[in-house]
Ligand binder design. Structure first.
Ligand SMILES: *Cc1c(COP(=O)(O)O)cnc(C)c1O
Length: 380
């Protein structure tokens, strides 16, 4: 079944008793037992809730997974996955990583004896040479944040298989609609569902998909044991958002390409990072392995003063963190999303004081471009 169809119909056949077209919100903590030692299949909502299950089955179907899991946030999902490792394990990680993930690894999990090495995961040579005997995991962003580097998930997954390393792909920026990491051989895909999947900047959630049933059982054990599950209301909101994933993504990508081209032609812009542009280093790879390029753009302006102008003088575009929703947002990664990475390291990565990031929404693209144009040209 096509992903657009599967997404639109999440939860459709859930309620066979009434035939409700959308899955009901099972706002309950616990479930009555029909008899001693008997269960309806639901006992307690941390262990399983029908609304959450509809979402979990939905994301599993979109990713071609054996099981899906829903968490209270993307970070909760990632933290829960890190519990699969033990003291002394080493993980190789994408270097221009989402700031919150970097903070979680460096400031929390390092204290529990996990070790992390950060490399450019779009370069398989760097990944290969970082492997040690105790390397047990690879955590890679399929499309990185904010510099939009593209990882060769198929090649990395193959390398992981050969070396018995768990391959985890943060596929937040692409979603299963544009790239399916498990099809390419990854063991686990993880999403901040807050972003494109829920898609409306109205809920925070995390999603995980797993291919191998035995590994899925271990992930379930940790989800239930650590307990950062998604509540029924937020599960419902996420399903509701996911139903329109394909139309939103199509429109957002179309807008992003037009804006990237416009920025490229702007003399106040020195660099444009967008994988949909043919000269982007990851363009061909995404064309082969994926179905699109997403709707995140990073760009560098000529002078730092222009940054404040763009953040504060845009009216249609909002200055806010987060991404992937229907509204276009602009942010300043060096201060807003990547502040927890040391300044020298940030600079080396290219996250400097002239770099801005756009999450392109579904608005009319002419309104968005006119907004940028006027912000660029209005003197402070
Ligand atoms: C936002 C984000 C996260 C964290 O997800 P939350 O839902 O904010 O907890 C992780 N990875 C990436 C790539 C993100 O953009």
């Amino acid at each position: 079944m096509n992903i657009a169809t599967a997404a639109a119909q999440i939860g459709l056949e859930w309620d066979t008793r009434t035939g409700a077209v959308t899955v009901p919100i099972y706002q309950t903590a616990t479930f009555r037992h029909p008899g001693l030692g008997q269960s309806t299949g639901y006992d307690y909502s941390r262990s399983g809730n029908p609304t959450r299950q509809a979402l979990e089955e939905g994301i599993a179907r979109l990713d071609g997974a054996s099981r899906g899991f829903a968490y209270s946030s993307g970070m909760a999902a990632i933290a829960s996955l890190l519990l699969l490792f033990k003291q002394g394990d080493h993980l190789i990680v994408t270097e221009d990583l989402y700031g919150g993930t970097y903070r979680l690894f460096e400031q929390i999990f390092q204290r529990y004896g996990l070790e992390f090495t950060y490399v450019d995961t779009s370069d398989i040579v760097q990944v290969t040479s970082a492997i040690r005997p105790e390397t047990k995991g690879l955590f890679v962003e399929s499309l990185t944040n904010p510099l939009l580097k593209v990882a060769d998930v198929a090649a990395l997954a193959k390398l992981c298989r050969q070396q018995d390393i768990l391959c985890i792909v943060d596929n937040t920026f692409l979603t299963p609609y544009l790239l399916r990491p498990l099809d390419l051989g990854a063991d686990i895909a993880v999403y901040s569902g807050t972003k494109y999947l829920a898609g409306h900047n109205d809920t925070v959630c995390g999603l995980v998909t797993v291919k191998d049933p035995a590994l899925a059982e271990r992930v379930y054990f940790h989800q239930n044991a650590a307990g950062a599950v998604l509540g029924p209301q937020d599960s419902w909101l996420t399903i509701r958002g996911m139903k329109t994933l394909s139309v939103r993504m199509d429109r957002q990508q179309e807008n992003a390409l037009a804006i990237a081209r416009w920025l490229l032609a702007n003399e106040l812009v020195t660099k444009v990072y967008y994988p949909g542009l043919p000269d982007h280093p990851g363009h061909e790879l995404l064309k082969t392995h994926g179905k699109g390029f997403g709707a995140m753009i990073a760009f560098e302006v000529t002078r730092p003063e222009l940054v404040e102008r763009l953040l504060l003088r845009t009216n249609v575009i909002s200055f806010a963190e987060s991404l992937g929703g229907v509204e276009t947002l602009i942010t300043f990664p060096a201060v807003q999303t990547h502040a927890d990475i040391e300044p020298a390291k940030r600079a080396a990565l290219g996250i400097n004081d002239r770099l801005l990031r756009l999450s392109v929404g579904i608005e009319d693209v002419n309104d968005l471009i006119a907004d940028l144009e006027s912000a660029f040209t209005t003197e402070a």
